[in-house]
Design a protein around this ligand. Structure first.
Ligand code: NI
Length: 158
């Protein structure tokens, strides 16, 4: 496994639409493993393949405190949403910034797992927000376009 470089806002690739994954290959499995490692290393709660420069419809998410809530979603498609939540959001591709975004408070997503088997995931609150944010990346969308009010600077650890 390896940490991959995260593409940042201004990089044209982040505005592009990612392509569906047709089959699992050793190369894609390696990409997924690297995405997981990169997400944990950078203390992110989610990462889309495009953020490491690969235009494939793959996202990894872990919103848990203990790092035990990992989800790997291939070709995810949001099929149901409800409710509304407004709160601060950030993105590894927009370092040091945060802004308020309104998202559904519930989201249900269907996807393929790492064995390319159909699966589904339901999330509320932070998980619903992460599902929506990461799926947006696959369509070339960044949260900064949804921010209500100003994008603010956040203090970073280092
Ligand atoms: Ni993001």
């Amino acid at each position: 496994m390896a940490i991959r470089e995260i593409r940042e806002i201004g990089d044209e690739i982040l505005t592009k639409k990612s392509k569906e994954v047709k089959e699992m290959t050793p190369r894609i499995q390696e990409l997924i493993n690297d995405m997981i490692e990169t997400m944990y290393e950078t203390n992110g709660v989610g990462l889309a393949a495009v953020q490491v420069g690969v235009l494939k419809r793959i996202v990894v998410i872990d919103c848990s405190e203990d790092g035990e809530g990992l989800h790997v979603l291939i070709n995810p498609k949001i099929v149901e949403t409800s409710g509304e939540q407004t709160g601060p959001e950030g993105c590894l591709s927009v370092p040091g910034k945060s802004g308020n975004v309104t998202r559904p408070n519930y989201a249900k997503v269907v996807y393929l797992d790492e064995n390319m088997q159909p699966a589904e995931l339901e999330g509320t609150e932070l998980l619903a927000r992460a599902i929506c944010h990461e799926c947006d990346h696959l369509d070339g969308k960044l949260y900064v376009d949804l921010v209500e009010g100003d994008l603010v600077d956040v203090r970073t650890e280092e």
